[in-house]
Design a binder for this molecule. Structure first.
Ligand SMILES: [Ca+2]
Ligand SMILES: [Ca+2]
Length: 240
């Protein structure tokens, strides 16, 4: 059968559905007649496929990959079946993962409440970063994109894995959303995750420095120090 490898772990897990309407090929040579065999079938509504009346021979099963999907099983891509008996050859599974996407927007949270108000404007040209590990291939993912004129960003064609989405903070701005500073997401097959937004507000101008008053603690200590320096020689003279 052909299954939707929701968690991208290369094996058919309980609850992972079949994929209907995918083309499967069987190609090989009949060992008795030496004739070449090229058969095609389509997976049914439950993802199952079968080739009937195949005679003795060695055949290769393969799938026609569809756009936006990755094959996760079998590791070699194809399955070799050596047909010798009339016993059905079951368990020839193809697993696939539909590439996912994450999206969000960035806005000027001018009242700093962490919520996008109707009159609050998008922020263009900010860097949004996504980092994690693609668990299907084991490759590191580290991509940066700029928000567009509407403050939007999107990372498409993501495979299975857990990813952290962050922003590159600009000076004179502070972040107001999300509370945690970043969004952490786990991608399953076909997931499109939206609303991963970032809010920022301009920092208030710095408060001017107030001069230290003359009657400060430091001033008093300095005054006491000066009095002692003056008093010590007088006291020593009296002691003599
Ligand atoms: Ca799986
Ligand atoms: Ca707001």
């Amino acid at each position: 059968m052909k299954f939707n490898d929701l968690n991208g772990n290369h094996v058919l897990d309980a609850g992972e559905p079949g994929l209907a309407g995918w083309t499967i090929h069987l190609d090989g040579t009949e060992s008795i007649s030496g004739a070449a065999v090229h058969l095609t079938t389509i997976t049914d509504s439950t993802g199952k496929f079968q080739f009937m009346n195949v005679t003795q021979g060695t055949y290769t099963l393969s799938e026609e990959l569809q756009s936006g999907w990755l094959q996760t099983a079998p590791a070699s891509g194809t399955i070799i079946v050596n047909v010798q008996t009339t016993t059905p050859y079951n368990g020839n599974n193809f697993g696939n993962f539909k590439l996912g996407e994450v999206r969000g927007m960035k806005w000027n949270d001018s009242d700093g409440n962490g919520i996008k108000g109707a009159n609050e404007n998008p922020l263009a040209d900010w860097s949004i970063n996504i980092k994690g590990t693609d668990t299907i291939t084991g490759m590191a993912v580290d991509i940066t994109k700029q928000t567009d004129a509407n403050g939007n960003y999107a990372f498409a064609n993501l495979t299975a894995g857990t990813y952290v989405i962050s922003e590159t903070l600009k000076s004179d701005w502070k972040q107001t959303a999300p509370n945690t500073g970043t969004h952490t997401v786990t991608l399953t097959s076909g997931a499109v995750l939206t609303g991963l937004d970032f809010g920022n507000m301009p920092k208030p101008p710095p408060i001017p420095r107030v001069p230290v008053p003359a009657t400060s603690t430091i001033g008093v200590i300095v005054l006491i120090g000066m009095m002692m320096v003056t008093a010590i020689p007088v006291l020593r003279r009296k002691a003599k």
